[in-house]
Design a protein around this ligand. Structure first.
Ligand SMILES: Cc1cc2nc3c(=O)[nH]c(=O)nc-3n(C[C@H](O)[C@H](O)[C@H](O)COP(=O)(O)OP(=O)(O)OC[C@H]3O[C@@H](n4cnc5c(N)ncnc54)[C@H](O)[C@@H]3O)c2cc1C
Length: 282
């Protein structure tokens, strides 16, 4: 194997300066990237930009209106964050259900997003929480709503000279759930996932946001199902119909993890279970 050259910035300015070289590849937890690079062990590796010691990327800050999550926050840290447990339970549940303890201690939210997999578990929660991504380069920064970030499986609008430097969600009470289905509970990538954020006005749905993972080239919103639920009083018949509509919104494929027909059916089952649980638990 060839020697691996690494860059080890200790602050964001140094990291962005290093990333101005578009051939330099950022590494956060390495749980996606190193697996990919391992497959080309006999070929030269790119120069690696280690983000681990860049403190600006590894914190959560809270204001009255927003919660800003640093991209280097690990799944375990998200799972254990008091503010996220209170305000973004969908994201906490997703982080807590991914991989294994070892993976969750390394895997970061920024890596999950930048990797661009439609099965990335933190992405559906970020859709329904209306996350805004901050993308920075040595030349400046821009913001992109998460729904506009992905252009296809593994494809995003991130430029080679940019890093994700923050993930911002509104600081407000959120009510909903995240559910996933995989071959087994640990160490398996989702076949299907569903995240929901729901606002109730007394017993009626004021608004519902629904995002589906692993059933299309990118995570998608189930807008027809959202529209169907708006203004409705939730009961079993409404839940059953929502579960039927959402199946038609999924556009899955057959792949190594599952069959399209099964994924379509399961997306309905997960939505149904989730809606039943939020309406039963208030
Ligand atoms: C055994 C195993 C089980 C897994 N299980 C799950 C699972 O259940 N659910 C799930 O969603 N994923 C799972 N994964 C995939 C992986 O752990 C996650 O996608 C993880 O979040 C990747 O984060 P990372 O920090 O390790 O990223 P890295 O591997 O370090 O990087 C991934 C990509 O993101 C880029 N990147 C990282 N940080 C930034 C940044 N700040 N700005 C711009 N680009 C950046 C890197 O350049 C690279 O292209 C699993 C992986 C393994 C090996």
């Amino acid at each position: 194997m060839n020697a691996v050259e690494t860059l080890n910035p200790t602050n964001l300015a140094q990291a962005l300066k290093a990333k101005a070289n578009k051939n330099v590849v950022a590494v956060a937890g390495g749980t996606d990237l190193l697996v990919r690079l391992h497959d080309r062990i006999t070929q030269p590796w790119p120069k690696l930009l280690i983000l681990e010691n860049v403190k600006e990327l590894h914190k959560i800050t809270v204001t009255k209106t927003a919660i800003t999550i640093g991209p280097s926050m690990t799944f375990s840290e998200i799972e254990n964050s008091a503010i996220l447990r209170k305000k973004a339970l969908q994201l906490v549940t997703a982080a807590a259900s991914a991989g294994s303890v070892q993976i969750r201690n390394r895997a970061t939210i920024g890596g999950n997003i930048a990797n661009g997999s439609p099965a990335g578990d933190t992405i559906p929660p970020l859709y329904v929480l209306e996350a805004i991504l901050e993308l920075s380069s040595a030349k400046g920064k821009r913001t992109v709503p998460i729904e506009k970030f992905f252009t296809g499986p593994g494809k995003t609008v991130l430029k080679p000279t940019e890093l994700i430097t923050a993930i911002k969600i509104p600081n407000r009470s959120n009510h909903g759930f995240f559910m996933r289905l995989a071959t087994r509970k640990a160490l398996a990538i989702s076949k299907v996932s569903v995240a929901v954020n729901i606002i109730m006005n007394k017993s009626k749905v004021e608004s519902a946001k629904i995002a589906l993972g692993a059933v299309a080239p990118t995570v998608i919103r189930a807008t027809l199902t959202e529209e169907y639920l708006r203004g409705k009083e939730i009961n079993q018949a409404i839940i059953d119909e929502a579960a039927r509509i959402v199946q038609d919104e999924a556009r899955p494929i057959d792949d190594i993890r599952s069959l399209a027909i099964y994924r379509k059916e399961m997306v309905g089952v997960l939505l149904k279970r989730g809606l039943e649980s939020v309406t039963t638990n208030g």
